[in-house]
Design a protein. Structure first.
Length: 436
């Protein structure tokens, strides 16, 4: 499966990737800004995520929430997301609505600041605070991401602080702070625009030139502090969180090769062997055979700067205590670490990864997003066509070398969630419901 790709760059620095596919009458527009929580400074966290909301609150020629209304009336879908290293905004619309999607993205890139008001800031700040209460502070295991970041990254590291930001920082953010952050990072020379689906290249280029070319480039962004860390933690670390949960859950993190490196693919295959689907090692042993856990997965964070993380995520059955859960997970990791894996396991993992990759690329929206990813991180959207080959090149020797280097006791960080005193277990809750 080869994705057709055209790339070029506007004079203002906007990097453009086009991928025509006339299979279905839809087109996906995807805009990545190379800014995430890593770009925030101490005392002003949460700005990247706040802008995920602010950019839907209107610009010079678009009213508050009108971006949503116009795209949905046109029969399209849209959203945005924020991560440690990037923020993205995307629309999928009927083919004849390409101009609308491009104009909306260009208007907020070039003319958001004139429409930014204290009232909008206050409103969206409250929305983000409520989102934090709902999705982080009052959600079972909801603090996992920020606590894991604090556990595995040094305080001085850009990945150390919370993605969503602290309540205090959000409260203290001024309109000037927000405007300066936007002017620094939401500029064409810090962005990638990808279009995938049913469109004509010449027409897309004309529209892009019309809407985006007049936007001036930024004044440059400050460099990030040093991101690279040693290959391993150097010693095991552990944190126990007493939370409003009914069963224990363990997040076991390993420092891993950075996303996109040759070693990353071996780490990704290792992760799949451990915890991708029901045939994985952890699921077979802990969930199906020994009934220690109700769920067991593994994944990489896919961080493209400094170091990545490989995370094992295992939720205990109600009758299993935290100590036993931790011991059993460590036992499985120790077994892999001491014995390695066979080529058959590697082949199975690669087949699953490749199947997921090919399936996802059937979607115009997913193709556009992957093109933006490779263009943003590496300036090479063509890497989308090299992923299957990169995985197929992984063999048991490379995986076992990765395991020997990265899965040892000196490279383990345990984040254990345990039920707070007074929290009912799941069997007791089920019995209470039945009795009622």
């Amino acid at each position: 499966m080869r994705i057709p790709i055209e790339t070029y760059e506007l004079d203002n620095g906007l990097f453009v990737t086009l991928s025509e596919d006339h299979t279905a009458p839809i087109v996906a527009v995807n805009l990545w800004y190379h800014v995430g929580s890593a770009n925030e400074r101490a005392g002003r966290t949460g700005f990247a995520h706040l802008f995920e909301h602010m950019l839907f609150q209107g610009s010079a020629h678009v009213g508050s929430n009108e971006h949503f209304e116009l795209i949905q009336r046109a029969g399209g879908t849209l959203n945005g997301s924020t991560w440690l290293e990037r923020t993205n905004y995307y629309e999928t619309v009927p083919s004849h609505q390409l101009a609308l999607a491009l104009w909306l993205e260009a208007d907020r890139m070039g003319d958001l600041l004139p429409a930014m008001t204290q009232e909008k800031l206050d409103t969206q700040r409250d929305v983000v605070k409520n989102e934090r209460r709902w999705a982080v502070d009052n959600q079972p295991y909801g603090t996992m991401l920020e606590k894991l970041q604090e556990l595995v990254f040094p305080r001085s590291h850009p990945f150390h602080h919370s993605l969503i930001g602290s309540m205090e920082d959000l409260s203290e953010a001024s309109l000037d702070d927000i405007a300066q952050f936007f002017a620094t990072y939401y500029t064409p020379d810090n962005a990638v625009l990808s279009i995938a689906g049913d469109f004509e290249s010449a027409e897309a280029r004309r529209l892009i030139a019309r809407y985006f070319a007049p936007i001036p480039k930024g004044q440059g962004k400050p460099p990030l502090p040093p991101m690279h860390l040693p290959a391993v933690f150097g010693r095991p670390s552990r944190e126990v969180v007493s939370d409003n949960v009914s069963v224990s859950r363990l997040f076991l993190a390993f420092r891993s090769p950075v996303y996109g490196s040759a070693e990353y693919y071996a780490a990704s295959v290792t992760s799949a062997i451990l915890g991708l689907r029901k045939g994985s090692r952890l699921h077979r042993s802990l969930v199906r055979d020994r009934q220690i856990a109700s769920d067991a997965t593994s994944y990489t964070f896919d961080l493209a700067k400094g170091n990545d993380l490989l995370v094992v995520d295992v939720t205990a059955r109600p009758e299993i205590g935290p100590s036993q859960l931790e011991e059993e997970v460590e036992r499985e990791i120790d077994l892999v670490y001491s014995e390695g894996v066979a080529q058959l396991e590697v082949d199975r993992a690669i087949a699953l990864i490749e199947t997921d990759l090919v399936s996802s690329l059937q979607s115009a929206g997913e193709r556009a997003d992957r093109l933006s990813l490779f263009a943003t991180y590496f300036r090479k959207p063509q890497l989308i066509n090299e992923q299957a080959a990169a995985y197929r090149a992984v063999n048991a020797e490379r995986v076992n070398a990765l395991i020997a280097e990265r899965l040892g006791p000196e490279n383990r960080a345990s984040l254990m969630y345990v039920p707070r005193d007074g929290v009912e277990s799941e069997p007791m809750l089920a019995a209470a419901v039945s009795a009622g």
